[in-house]
Design a protein around this ligand. Sequence first.
Ligand code: MF3
Ligand code: CO
Length: 248
Amino acid sequence: MIRLKGPEDIEGIAEAGRIIHSLFEILPEKLVPGVSTKEIDKFIETYIRDHGARPAFKGYRGYPSASCISVNEEVVHGIPSEKKVLRESDIVGIDVGVEKGGYYADSAWTFAIGEVNEEDRRLMETTLLALQRAIKKAETATHIGDISYTIQRTVEKAGFSVVRDFVGHGVGFDIHEPPMVPNYGQPGRGERISPGMVLAIEPMVNAGTWKVRIDPEDGWTVRTLDGKKSAHYEHTIAILDGEVQVLT
Ligand code: MF3
Ligand code: CO
């Protein structure tokens, strides 16, 4: 069942969302060659707790960390590790969920470490553009498929592929709620959109094949099957009457 949110709920989710937004603003200064993803995760967890909130991913289905940090060919759900050290020209997806006062927000951003090559830059820009267009589309969309289709078209026109096995989702009273928000689909299909819906829209875009594989050792890290790079951006948005409020 889709649980719609009222103005008070949306303000609560926005409060959680602002923590992720401000975190992502200061994070780049920590993202330098030589830093481990574990150190980044520690910084993120401290930041969230210092703001009177809780990292929503930690303990979720046994997930061990505050954030997911996915480097290069890692798509999503990379587990922070002291053995994983960032290098010049890496692209790094950082995904953070925050719970404050019972309200949840979810957001991700892909950061470049120093200079990245033209193709990786284009991958990142296309993924961000797909998210921005999806948010704009949500103002007038009548069905989830309208949003999904906008993402898929933007990505495939640029020659990249959208991940099928993981999707966006409702969010707010919990970290994952219905409906699912796939990054591929057809206009007019899927769940009907109504004011009060709060959605995490999160295109995951691969440079090569859309196919992915979960690491059999850790059970979490999702990688591209062909080893090519992947980018990920995510915002939590509220659908209001004819407009959209970005909460992260
Ligand atoms: N933000 C992720 C998503 O919705 C959720 C990560 S769940 C965790 O795609 F367990 F990995 F933390
Ligand atoms: Co999400």
